[in-house]
Design a protein. Structure first.
Length: 256
């Protein structure tokens, strides 16, 4: 394995039966990936897929905008399964109008809190989904106030410079960078400030397809485009950049 895409959604809902071809192409290109849960159904499916393929792992949990109830015991059982390497994607998302109400924010905080508790209990990393600066402020303050957390990964990292400094001051926090850096310079400055050892790679497939595949459905194989752009930003050779990130990824998620 050369690269591990730490955030993808490769399941039947998004890919129909073609998900098997997507899996195969990743393997042929020496790319592994972590399939991320957004609700109970896709979390269960992710565990099944991960247990059937060497180059796939699963993270189970509930997305902040998912309205389903979070059943702690059911998720705990899933979280303890083989090949499950984390909890999420969980967090706070105040982007849409319906998610800006006090009532919905309270719901999100509660479900996020349950998943933090679960991550601590099973001692597996948290895969965070935060959207809007306000949710970053809130989540960073919360994490700063907690002790003995497992590693925390900020998926689709979009924090500002000040938030980045606070995250880097945390002992066990990492950011995951995706295809967006291939088509906007918005994140360049912040990324240059983050040590390579704190950076992971993702695609967020089937979304956020990188250049030169814009307009197509995304898949883990395209993560190499994110790597190439990151190497440019870090002014480092591509292979060396990949090696550093792979060893961080394996370390955080305990992958072999
Ligand atoms: Zn996602």
């Amino acid at each position: 394995m050369k690269i591990i895409d730490v955030h993808a959604h490769i399941n039947r809902a998004f890919y129909k039966e073609d998900f098997l071809n997507v899996l195969k192409r990743a393997k042929e290109n020496q790319i592994g990936f972590i399939n991320i849960g957004t609700n109970l159904a896709d979390s269960k499916e992710n565990v099944e897929i991960a247990q059937s393929f060497d180059h796939v792992w699963a993270i189970v949990g509930m997305h902040p905008t998912e309205k389903e109830d979070f059943n702690y015991d059911t998720f705990r059982e899933l979280a303890m399964q083989e090949k499950v390497v984390g909890i999420g994607e969980c967090g706070l998302d105040y982007f849409r109008e319906e998610n800006k109400t006090l009532e919905d924010k309270e719901r999100q905080r509660r479900v996020f809190g349950e998943q933090i508790k679960l991550a601590k209990e099973v001692n597996k990393p948290l895969m965070l989904h935060l959207r809007m600066s306000e949710s970053y402020e809130e989540a960073i303050s919360l994490i700063e106030s907690l002790d003995n957390l497992p590693p925390v990964v900020f998926h689709f990292y979009s924090g500002n410079m000040e938030q980045t400094k606070r995250i880097m001051a945390l002992k066990n926090a990492y950011v995951s960078i995706g295809g967006v850096i291939t088509f906007t310079h918005d994140y360049d400055k912040v990324i240059k400030e983050i040590p390579l050892k704190r950076i992971l790679l993702e695609t967020d497939s089937p979304f956020i397809t990188p250049v030169p595949y814009r307009g197509q459905r995304n898949e883990p194989t395209f993560v190499v485009e994110v790597l190439k752009r990151l190497a440019v930003l870090k002014e480092m050779p591509i292979d060396e950049t990949a090696d550093v990130i792979l060893s961080t990824t394996k370390h955080i998620f305990g992958l072999k």
